[in-house]
Design a protein. Structure first.
Length: 362
């Protein structure tokens, strides 16, 4: 079976370094907020060409902490898209605000900027664009609209480590949130995430909120919570970050191979403004479910990100959305299929996968 992602291959390629980093934490018993946390924060801020990085316990925590720190609350509205992982929208309700979905662009699967203009009203406080699959949103347009309406932009970068927009690594605006869930482009060996920002005041507020509102051990300036980045995860991420650019290039090569070999399917596009980092390689076909079944029978694992748009989920019945509200999202949810994608995927495997897809889609 060719898996959708194989974390074992990557581990084996850097086993000694990873094992050493883990051993070191255990030897020092510095499990909570140990040195690797600050080291990783510095390293990842540098990687993103940003001023600050604040490690968190997950990507979800990172998004939540940003909304909290910005003071977004009951009565406020935050705009995002319905074709994303529920973490993007969950955090909006979790701070008491209202979710407003808008549809996506059929080519990039990212936020449809035209729809944005008509959705903003006096209660809108922020926008969460998602750089889905590793392709950047058209940030200049989004930032311009945000500026005009005095809105905060929080970029959900969970699938887009190292992605560039016009030669600049994301986040492009003031704030970006990353996930280091194991299968992500940069993945820990458990849950982890971070906020990247150039806003010092915001970074400091998030540092307080993630760690019980304290600067010193038992001195609490405000009430916070426990959303800390684990030392073991930070140590692992420090090792893996060194290889990130190389891994992204391999992902891009794999995507190029796929796109050169596949026929009769809609392939991912890469707009001039975006350098795609290919978290996933997602195609679109009309008889998707049958293709998925056929590939499974031929030993090829696939995934659907995401089969049920958020506005049609039971969790969001209370929002009163209905089928037909976001036609592009609903259409692509029926057609998308992600093929195996990870840096260590071999050329032979890609050729085999394309052969099977082409056979089915002829
Ligand atoms: C993975 C993901 C998250 C959440 O990250 P976790 O680390 O799993 O909490 C948020 N948004 C998107 C788009 C994601 O893919």
């Amino acid at each position: 079976m060719i898996p959708i992602v194989d974390l074992k291959r990557q581990y084996l390629s850097i086993k000694d370094e990873i094992d050493g980093a883990i051993r070191n934490i255990i030897d020092n018993t510095s499990f909570i907020m140990g040195k690797p946390v600050e080291e990783f924060e510095n390293n990842f801020a540098n990687y993103c060409n940003a001023e600050y990085c604040v490690g968190t316990s997950s990507g979800t925590s990172a998004l939540y902490l940003v909304l909290k720190a910005l003071g977004i609350k009951e009565g406020d509205e935050v705009i995002t898209v319905p074709n994303t992982f529920i973490a993007t929208s969950e955090v909006i309700s979790q701070v008491g605000a209202k979710i407003k979905f808008i549809d996506v662009d059929e080519e990039t699967y990212n936020m449809d900027v035209e729809k944005l203009k008509n959705t903003i009203d006096e209660n809108t406080k922020a926008i969460i664009p998602v750089h889905l699959y590793g392709h950047s949103c058209d940030m200049d347009q989004i930032l311009e609209i945000a500026k005009e309406h005095n809105l905060k932009i929080i970029e959900d970068c969970a699938q887009a480590h190292g992605t560039k927009y016009k030669d600049k690594k994301i986040p492009i605006g003031e704030i970006g949130c990353f996930s280091f869930f194991p299968a992500k482009i940069l993945g820990a060996y458990g849950d982890a995430g971070c906020v990247v920002t150039n806003n010092e005041e915001l970074a400091n507020k998030i540092k307080l909120l993630r760690n019980h509102g304290r600067e010193k051990k038992y001195e609490h300036l405000i009430e916070g919570f426990n959303h800390r980045l684990d030392s073991l995860q930070a140590a692992i991420l420090n090792v893996k970050l060194k290889y990130l650019n190389e891994w992204i290039e391999r992902r891009r090569n794999n995507a190029k191979l796929y796109s050169g070999l596949l026929k009769n399917v809609i392939m991912p596009i890469e707009k001039d403004y975006s350098k795609h980092s290919y978290y996933v390689y997602t195609i679109r076909v009309k008889n998707r479910d049958k293709l998925q079944e056929f590939l499974k029978e031929n030993g090829i694992a696939t995934q659907i990100y995401y089969p049920i748009p958020l506005h049609l989920q039971s969790a969001y019945k209370n929002l009163d959305y209905k089928e037909g509200d976001f036609p592009v999202t609903e259409k692509i949810a029926k057609e998308i299929l992600s093929l195996p994608m990870f840096p260590e995927l071999t050329e032979e495997e890609i050729k085999y996968i394309c052969e099977k897809v082409n056979y089915f889609c002829k």
